[in-house]
Design a protein around this ligand. Sequence first.
Ligand code: PLP
Length: 372
Amino acid sequence: MTIAYNKLSVRVRLGALRRNFQRLRRMAPAAMPVIKSDAYGHGLMPVARALEAAGADAFAAGTVDECVQLRDGGIPGRIVALLGATDADDAECCVARSIVPAVYSADQLELLASRAAPGQQVDIALKFDTGMARLGFTEADLPALLDRLHARPMLRPVLAMSHLAVSDDPERADFTRQQGEAFARILAGVRAAWPAAQGSLANSAALLAHPELHFDVQRPGIALYGSNPLRGTPQAHHGDGLEPAMDVTAPILQVHPLPAGRSISYGRTFTAPRGMTVAIVATGYADAYSRGLSGRGAMTVHGRRVPILGRVCMQMTAVDVSDVPGVAAGDAAHLLGGPGEALTPDDLADLWGTISYEVLCLLGMNPRTHEE
Ligand SMILES: *Cc1c(COP(=O)(O)O)cnc(C)c1O
C-alpha cells in the first residue's frame, strides 16, 4: 500500500476565520485583524483575502515585508506594519505603497521624512509604551515627539497605539486600567495637534472583556484564529463561539503490538505495563511538533484521544491505540482538530507547556492547504 502524504499537513478553514471575524465585529465594529507572522501560521494572503471579503478594511501585519506582500497581492485599504520601518528600504516601501509604519524612535521619523517626495504626506502610526516596556515612546517623551512632528509636516500621525500586558488576566485588571488611563492621556495629547488621529489599544482579550478600552480601532489576533484568551477566567464566556481554524494531520505509518515489558522509542522512557497496540505517526520535532510532548502529549485517531508513548522523534511519534478498534497504516492521526475528541490549539498548548499562539505559529510553518 502507499501513503499519499508522508508527513504532517495543515488545513486552514477560512470559513471559521470569517465567522470569528464577524463575531468580533459585532462587539467591535472597527476591529482591524492582526495577521502578523503569516497570520499566526494560517497563511498571510489567503487569510487577508478571506477577511477582506468579509468586510475588513484595514490590517495589521508585523514586518514591512509582510505589508508589501499584502499590498502587492491586491489588498486595498490601510495596512499597518507593527514592527515599523527598520531601515531605508523599509521606509521606501512604506512611502511608495502607502503602508503605515509603526514609529517608535526619532531615527525612524527622520528616515520616513527623508523619503517623502515634495508635497507628499506620509501616514504613520505612533507606538507608545504604557506598560509593556518593549517598543514605543513613553508618556514623558510626548512633548519632544510632538515638537519633532510639528517640524516635519510631511509626516501625518493617523493612529496612536499601545499594547496591553495582562488584559487576559481579570485578577490584574488594575494594571490594564492604568495602561488605559495612560493611553487616554497620550491620545488626548496627540489629538490636540492631529484631531483625526485614531486611538488603538485593545488586543483580543481587551476587545472581548474591556469595551471601555476599545477607543477607535481594535486589534484582535488570537481570537480570530479561534483561541479564547480569557479561557480559564471568570470572563471566559466573552469568547464563547470562537472556532479554531487549523486542522493538522499526519499519516500513520504502521500499527503493531507492544508486548508487556517492552519499551518504546529512544531512552526507553516508556515500558508497556500490559500488551498494547501502538501506531507510529509520521511526524516529529522536525515538523515543529515539540519533543517536549514526549510522554505527555496526545493526538486523536478515529476521533479518540490517544496518548503519546515515549519520546517524540525527529519524524516519528508513537501513540497508544489499544482502545481504538480498526486502526491501520494510512489512517490519519489528528494533531489538532478533526472529529470526536478533537484537540484545540489551547488543549495542545497545555500539553506542550506553551500558549496557543506558539502552537499555531510553529505548526503553521508546515505544508498548508486552504478550504472554505
Ligand atoms: C500581536 C499583536 C496584537 C494581537 O494580540 P492578540 O492577543 O493576538 O489579540 C495586537 N497588537 C499588537 C501590537 C500585537 O503585536
